[in-house]
Design a protein around this ligand. Sequence first.
Ligand code: ZN
Ligand code: ZN
Length: 115
Amino acid sequence: MRPALAELRIEPIKRGGLRGRLFSWLVCKRLKWQSESMALDMRPGCERCDRDLPPDQPGALMCSFECTFCADCNETTFKGTCPNCGGALVPRPTRTGAALDNFPASTKRIYKPID
Ligand SMILES: [Zn+2]
Ligand SMILES: [Zn+2]
């Protein structure tokens, strides 16, 4: 005997409701996780001369691996090329206000003097 057609019909997923709320909660979690894992370290100082490089001020340069240097070391020595990986050094974007509160800058100092 064939089951009645009504029993085979799949209930359409209602927007909103518990399922919808669970879904948006998962999306939020994922976005937060993504932005945390993708956010820049914002390293606290130049890796060559150990000068402070505050996250909310321009003047820091970094490569794709986030090797971080000050503008002076770049101008006098590196001239736009990372000494560690050979990639381009570009101005690091600043992080200010609420973004800095939510995603604090790294405090791990990396200092590798080159002589
Ligand atoms: Zn420096
Ligand atoms: Zn590099």
